[in-house]
Structure formats: C-alpha cells, structure tokens
Design a protein around this ligand. Structure first.
Ligand code: UT7
Length: 308
C-alpha cells in the first residue's frame, strides 16, 4: 500500500501585529493578565481566510518544488470560511491553480489534524499529492469589545504538501474523536460572534488531549517516552503545560508558538509544525505527535515518523 510523506510546508500570517499593550489601551485588560493566563504576547490580524491559505499553500508548494498543477486534491481546514457557499477552498483552488478537487473541512481547532488524516486516506485511495491547509481569520467573528475573547484570537495559515511514496508513510497512527453534547461550550451562530465557556473548555481540553494522544500512541505500539516532539493545538499555554505534564513530555520536547500568534484555531498546529521544521527541531526519523481539540467538541491526534 502507498504511504504519504510531507514534502513541503509553509505559512502565511498577516503583517499587522497586535500586542497585548495595543489591546490594553482599549480594553479593561493588561499585558500581565493576558501573558500569565494565556501565554499570548502578540497576535497577527488581517486578511481573508482564502488569502492566507493561498499564501501558505504557495509556500508549501514552492518548498516541495511543485505547482498547483501537481496537486490532486486540496483539503482546507477552516472554521472561518469567507462565505457559507461556496467553500473557501474554491477560491484557494483557483488562486493556486490546483488541478484536482477541493473541499473544506470544519472540525474547529482540530480541523488541521482531521484534514491531515483525511489526506492520508486520499493517498491510500490513489491520490499522488494532497495539499492540506489550515487557515483562519478568527478576528472576523470576534467581538473586539469583549475582553474575554478579543485577547485570545489571531489570524494565520499553515500548509503541508503530502506526496505518495512506495516506501513506508509517515502516519503511524491517528485518533479522531467528537462529543457533540459539548457543542454549546464553543460556538458562533450565523452572523454572530464567537462565544466560549473558557473554564469548561479548559477542563475538557486537557483531558481529551491526554486521552487522544495516548490512544494514538498505543495504536502505533508506542509510549509518550518515544515522542521526540509534541505539537499541540495552541489555545492556552497553561493547557499545553498541563497536558504535557500529564503525558510526561518534558518542555524541551513541546512546541509553543502561542506567544507570537495567539489562538489561530485550525492554523495553530501547522504554524507550530512549520516553526519546528524551520528551527531544525524535527530531524529525519523523529517521532512527532500532533494533538488538537476544539469546538464540537472535537479532538484529533496523529503520530508521524518524520521522513517516511
Ligand atoms: O481553541 C480551543 C478552545 N479554547 C480554549 O481552549 C480556551 C480554554 N480556556 C482558557 O484558555 C481560559 O479559560 C481563558 C484564558 C479563556 C480564561 O482564563 P481563566 O483563568 O479561566 O479566567 P476566568 O475566565 O476564570 O476569569 C478570571 C477573571 C475574571 O474576573 P473575576 O470574576 O475573577 O473578577 C474575569 O472577568 O479574569 C477576568 N478576565 C479578564 N481580566 C483581564 C477575563 N478576561 C480577562 C481579560 N483581562 N482579558
């Protein structure tokens, strides 16, 4: 059976940096509260979901030495589509000149890992190259007068190109989960703003990251001590610390980028993955654990052996 390996990756973030001080100037909040309670110091704001996705997709294709014409399927994870219909992937398909199919996946902040698992399935079903993008403009559904949400969110996109290989693929195991009875905890109705019950989400988030990571590792016959790099969804530095401590993964094996980008939902894991690759934290053969959670609630983990 063909496997799949990541041959390219890239990101796109808006130029505009909004610091905690910028927010403190117009909201009843402070750099100290935001940094201590969330780990966020600044975020990028601007652009459309399609623009950011095209930027990240273009960078991933360039790194792999490919063009849109080489892509069989484009899978775009987003919970902030530019329109209800058509899918934002339509704009991205045209922008990148993708030859094959294109569709959106909405599994909130777990979306990128869901899309990555789906993309591996497409390769097993015969696709040669699948472009996977997580892109979000949470700023578009944020009430900028509500300090409980405004300090948390950021915009951005990250992408990977998956290519079929005859050798072993990178994906060793995965776990996807959902519990719709918790969907009231994080939501945005048509035309409304993002609402979140932060405390409840926090509690469930730590539990589902730990359980889902352990399930995926167990399926691969591995343990947390085998993990070279843990790349969790970036929603709150305290969630990341609590989850990695429970998993027994030391800080130096955990990627944290929330300080620079805030919570970018389905873009957070590919942004963190690209950061780890750019800083040489992922070498061929490294065992990488991705784990996301978010609205739905949904959760998703993937265990990858880098390099295939
Ligand atoms: O992407 C996936 C989904 N999202 C998440 O995973 C987010 C999960 N939740 C969280 O990250 C945290 O719950 C938050 C960062 C959202 C909130 O942190 P918290 O430690 O749970 O704070 P809290 O909501 O319990 O609020 C504590 C206090 C409250 O004041 P009182 O009632 O103690 O007087 C809030 O009104 O902090 C106040 N507060 C703020 N103060 C300054 C809430 N937001 C702010 C703010 N600046 N921005």
């Amino acid at each position: 059976m063909p496997g799949a390996v990541v041959t390219g990756w890239g990101i796109a973030v808006p130029d505009k940096v909004v610091t905690n001080e910028d927010l403190s100037a117009r909201l009843d909040t402070s750099d100290q509260w935001i940094a201590e309670r969330t780990g966020i110091r600044e975020r990028r704001i601007g652009g459309t979901t399609a623009e950011l996705a095209i930027g990240a997709g273009r960078a991933a294709l360039a790194r792999a030495g490919r063009t849109g014409d080489d892509v069989d399927v484009l899978v775009l994870a987003t919970s902030t589509p530019d329109a209800l219909v058509p899918g934002t992937s339509a704009t991205v398909q045209e922008g990148l000149g993708v030859r094959g199919g294109a569709f959106d996946v909405n599994a909130a902040c777990s979306g990128f890992v869901y899309a990555l698992v789906v993309a591996h399935g497409l390769v097993l079903a015969g696709a040669k190259r699948v472009l996977v993008i997580g892109s979000e403009t949470l700023s578009q559904i944020t009430d900028w007068d509500d300090r409980s949400i405004a300090v948390l969110v950021g915009d951005g996109a990250g992408a990977v190109l998956l290519e079929a290989t005859d050798g072993p693929g990178q994906l060793l195991a995965w776990d996807l989960g959902a519990d719709g009875s918790l969907r009231h905890l994080l939501k945005c109705d048509h035309g409304g703003y993002l609402y979140m019950n932060g405390k409840e989400i926090f509690r469930h988030a730590v539990r589902v990251i730990v359980e889902s990571s352990q399930k995926a590792l167990a399926k691969a016959g591995l343990q947390t001590s085998d993990v070279d790099l843990f790349i969790p969804h970036q929603a709150n530095a305290r969630i990341i610390t609590a989850a990695s401590q429970r998993l027994g993964i030391p800080d130096d094996r955990c990627v944290v980028t929330i300080d620079r980008y805030g919570n970018t939902s389905s873009a957070s894991i590919p942004l963190a993955l690209a950061d780890a690759l750019e800083t040489d934290r992922i070498r061929p053969g490294a065992l990488v654990l991705l784990s996301g959670f978010g609205g739905g609630m949904t959760w998703a983990s993937a265990v990858l052996r880098w390099g295939g």
